[in-house]
Design a protein around this ligand. Structure first.
Ligand SMILES: Cc1cc2nc3c(=O)[nH]c(=O)nc-3n(C[C@H](O)[C@H](O)[C@H](O)COP(=O)(O)O)c2cc1C
Length: 230
């Protein structure tokens, strides 16, 4: 039996969210095909754990300079305790399904905060020989379902770039060339550093384009197929 953690980084209702619609298809199908697995869902907008704020940073500093946990003040202990609960929950699962919208070429800040918490030295990764990070999580799997308004497929982007070039608008071309999906490599790298290398990305792109419904249908199918055997 596997324990699946569904990690939603979205503040809105599934009715208006393509990433969550694809997530629902995935989870519904997965549940049907893996009836004995345990599935737990969290929404990162409800996460009760602090960011790396001044309290947490001070506590890190004390621990890294050799102080014991018991020497921390109450505020620091509570803050680290809440972060530890998040790490413990992550480690206690063996399959992870992330879902997030693309916001400003990345993902909502709550997901970055979550990654900052779970990527914890000596717990989910360690520094091995020559200081190279090694993952401590073994035999895990992850999927990242991400929806965007724009198109990030390299081949289609080449065509769009050519159309922009023909307009002779250098500033528009400059801006277009800076664009990319910078969030997905962060999710992938953070998981990889922790040892989660069985990773797949379901990218629901073009949701602000005229072919949005067509892309969504394809991605729903992709999620359904993957969920059956994942
Ligand atoms: C605050 C905000 C920022 C966005 N930034 C981008 C972006 O950088 N690139 C893009 O292609 N789409 C962007 N979009 C469009 C969303 O990615 C698109 O609506 C997508 O469907 C969001 O996922 P969802 O349907 O699950 O909410 C943005 C939307 C919002 C609300």
């Amino acid at each position: 039996m596997s324990k699946v953690l569904v990690i939603v980084a979205h503040p809105g209702l599934a009715e208006f969210s393509k990433s969550q619609q694809v997530l629902k298809k995935f989870v519904d199908t997965y549940t049907t095909y893996h009836p004995t697995d345990e599935i737990n869902t969290i929404n990162l907008y409800d996460l009760d754990a602090p960011d790396i704020d001044s309290t947490v940073y001070a506590a890190f500093g004390k621990l890294m300079s050799g102080s014991d946990f018991s020497s921390l003040n109450d505020e620091e202990k509570i803050a680290l305790g809440k972060r530890q609960a998040v790490i413990d929950q992550f480690i206690a699962h063996d399959k992870y399904v992330f879902a997030a919208p693309m916001w400003e070429f990345s993902f909502p800040a709550v997901l970055k905060k979550y990654l900052d918490i779970i990527c914890a030295a000596k717990q989910t990764f360690s520094y091995g020989e020559a200081g190279i990070p090694e993952g401590l999580l073994k035999n895990r799997k992850a999927i990242f379902i991400q929806a965007s308004g724009g198109v990030y497929d390299p081949e289609i982007r080449k065509e769009i770039r050519q159309q922009i070039s023909n307009l002779n608008r250098s500033e528009v071309l400059y801006a277009y060339d800076t664009l990319g999906n910078f969030g997905e490599p962060i999710v992938k790298a953070t998981l990889a550093i922790m040892g989660v290398i069985d990773y797949q990305h379901i990218f629901v792109g073009a949701q602000a384009k005229s072919n949005a419904a067509e892309v969504l249908a394809v991605k729903m199918h992709e999620a359904e197929m993957l969920a059956k055997s994942w």
